[in-house]
Write a protein that binds this ligand. Structure first.
Ligand SMILES: Nc1ncnc2c1ncn2[C@@H]1O[C@H](COP(=O)(O)OP(=O)(O)OP(=O)(O)O)[C@@H](O)[C@H]1O
Length: 247
């Protein structure tokens, strides 16, 4: 698989705190990559580095992308009080592409409508984001990310807290985006969803401890070592689907 993003000995973090330390990994292009790891292991920080919103202190991040990455933040970070509709929210995904006059073309409008339809929220277009259920809001944010038509689509726990049908839909949409050429990186605590990705990065304490096909990375031994599985859990056979530990 062609590498889309390469991290070489990257260090990054926050004021007075280094989270990623000499972090090296390859993100394959036109594929889905699941980022897995315990709370605080640096998954969201990694997304921030890939998105270019968290500066790199040392090392290099090499992108083969031609558009600015799209970052779909965790639902909880989006204010309920924002007086915007679902259509406004998804339309914001086109802002980067609008010309100097900022006028939406008919193509911009049709991309917005298609993304809402794909996420099953077309009928909610005029509803305010703050009036929606958590799952509906999450769909709107994923639709906004898709509407950017970015080469690199980054999502922080896009299926967390959703019902199984919504989880399935979002996983399917991300797979389609990758099939159409996007490089998709999503953080997840759902090991079953991670197992369906093309590629998997397992993090522990700001370092990659697994990088490869999910069935090679998500072994019982590796997950137990990083604390993602309770002790005594039977390691899955190669290729076996793994149920997500919660809580
Ligand atoms: N804005 C911030 N300022 C300072 N420290 C932060 C900030 N955001 C995160 N951290 C710290 O950086 C470390 C890694 O956080 P990060 O959010 O990347 O982990 P994560 O793997 O995404 O965790 P989770 O699964 O809980 O979402 C944690 O110790 C966290 O406390």
């Amino acid at each position: 698989m062609k590498q889309q993003v390469t991290l070489d000995e990257v260090s990054a973090g926050y004021a007075g705190r280094t989270v990623l330390s000499r972090f090296s990994a390859r993100i394959p292009g036109s594929a889905t990559t699941a980022v897995v790891g315990p709370n605080g292991s640096g998954k969201s920080t990694l997304l921030g580095v890939l998105a270019g919103v968290i500066p790199v202190r040392a090392g290099t991040v090499t992108h083969r992308t031609s558009t600015r990455p799209a970052l779909v933040a965790q639902r909880s970070t989006v204010s309920d009080a924002l007086p915007v509709t679902v259509r406004d929210t998804v339309t914001m995904g086109r802002w980067e592409r609008l010309g100097l006059l900022g006028r939406m073309s008919s193509r911009d409008r049709s991309v917005v409508e298609a993304c809402m339809d794909r996420l099953g929220i077309g009928e909610l277009a005029e509803r305010r984001l703050g009036e929606l259920s958590g799952g509906q809001r999450q769909r709107a944010l994923v639709a906004q990310g898709l509407a950017q038509e970015a080469d690199l689509l980054l999502l922080d726990e896009p299926t967390a807290g959703l019902d199984p049908e919504a989880q399935r839909l979002i996983t399917e949409v991300l797979g389609e985006a990758a099939a159409e050429g996007a490089t998709v990186v999503h953080v997840t605590h759902d090991l079953a969803a991670a197992g369906r990705a093309d590629h998997c990065l397992l993090l522990h304490a700001g370092r990659p401890v697994g990088d490869g096909p999910p069935h090679e990375v998500l072994t019982g031994e590796a997950l137990e070592r990083v604390g993602e599985l309770p002790r005594q859990t039977r390691p899955p056979a190669v290729g076996e689907q793994v149920d997500a530990p919660r809580g």
